[in-house]
Design a protein around this ligand. Structure first.
Ligand code: ADP
Length: 334
């Protein structure tokens, strides 16, 4: 797959487990969310009650799953991980909810993809710690209420805007994760290099931190690829020069744009004259799902001021034209 995709595949999950910070104090960056969560957890522990339900939003690879695990660890509670797409029917969710232990942390990744009936069951569970089991069909169907243990739901979504209001409103705490600053990614790269036993110089750390699209998952992945390169083509030490050469091989450019980012920018400018163009048209032009373009490529291009989302569609900015080595039209005022 793409070296810089922020989505993890199966094998990567194993490595990621080893690199995940286990406690809130080891979690780098996101100072506001960290401070707010700290208060939420401390006060819940003082009261001896499960904290309010937590909704985490933000692009993939920024630490939502990690935070869910940290919440459970800080509370000393078990974690039950599942995801929106894994829960196909309300019955699947009922089976999970009815077997939760008191205080357990239920993590639902991609909660915006929950099926409607499951979502409705979740409302009641979140609010009253109860599920209605429907027995029978048609006019004879009856709802049998079943109490469930008080639990804390941690929901993660790449698209908070897609959550229906009744679901969003049932979370007592909402934290939005932003792309990381290079300095924060530098700390993460250094820590991961230590855990993986990779010898890396400061210049290598800086280069990786600057070119990882603001995303810890990508920083960790590029570190491993640069490590491979250092072991096979050099003496195993990751220097600045070596990092630059290796990243070029993996098609990560100076600013950290990968192939998809450049394809989006390129299509926007060369095929649509810089826009405005609608998201779905743009996605078709690069042969990707609209959701991938929207949650993976765009936040990064927007952050770097190369693409703007306007009411009329996506528009390339002057910086976008210039990054491709093109002269923006004189009339462009973005
Ligand atoms: P998400 O659930 O948002 O897709 P994850 O929690 O799975 O992201 O994080 C992806 C990887 O990035 C994990 O392996 C984790 O080690 C690393 N990571 C994410 N956030 C941080 C952080 N703040 N500090 C250190 N490592 C992090």
């Amino acid at each position: 797959g793409r070296v810089v995709s922020p989505l993890a595949d199966g094998e990567e999950r194993v490595i990621e487990g080893a690199l995940r910070p286990k406690r809130l104090d080891d979690f780098v960056g996101q100072p506001r969310v960290r401070e707010q969560l700290n208060l939420l957890l401390r006060s819940a522990l003082r009261r001896g009650r499960p904290p309010d339900h937590v909704l985490l939003s933000g692009p993939p690879g920024l630490g939502k799953t990690t935070i869910a695990m940290i919440i459970a660890a800080e509370l000393g509670a078990p974690l039950r991980p599942t995801s929106g797409p894994a829960i196909e029917r309300a019955g699947d969710l009922a089976a999970v909810l009815s077997t939760l232990q008191e205080g357990e942390v239920l993590f639902i990744d991609e909660i915006h993809r929950l099926a409607r009936p499951a979502e409705e069951m979740l409302y009641l569970a979140m609010e009253d710690f109860r599920v209605d089991i429907i027995v029978g069909k048609g006019p004879g169907a009856t709802a049998i209420p079943l109490d469930i243990a008080p639990f804390t739901l941690v929901g993660a979504t790449t698209r908070a805007g897609l959550l229906p209001a009744p679901l969003r409103d049932r979370f007592g705490f909402t934290g939005h994760l932003d792309l990381y600053q290079p300095e924060e990614l530098g700390v993460i790269v250094r820590r991961s290099a230590g855990l993986l036993g990779v010898k890396i110089e400061d210049g290598g750390v800086d280069e990786l931190a600057r070119r990882s699209r603001g995303t810890p998952r990508i920083a960790n992945r590029l570190l491993r690829r640069v490590r491979d390169y250092a072991e096979v083509r050099a003496d195993g030490v990751v220097t600045k020069e070596l990092t630059r050469t290796a990243l070029e091989l993996y098609e990560v450019d100076e600013l950290g744009l990968d192939r998809l980012d450049r394809a989006v920018l390129d299509a926007l400018i060369r095929r649509f004259g810089g826009g405005p163009v609608g998201l779905s048209t743009l996605a078709v032009a690069v042969g990707e799902e609209a959701e991938t373009v929207e949650v993976v490529a765009e936040p990064f291009l927007v952050r770097h001021g190369m693409l703007a989302r306007t009411p009329r569609g996506r528009v390339a900015t002057r910086a976008g034209w210039e990054h491709l080595g093109l002269t923006p039209p004189a009339s462009l005022d973005l």
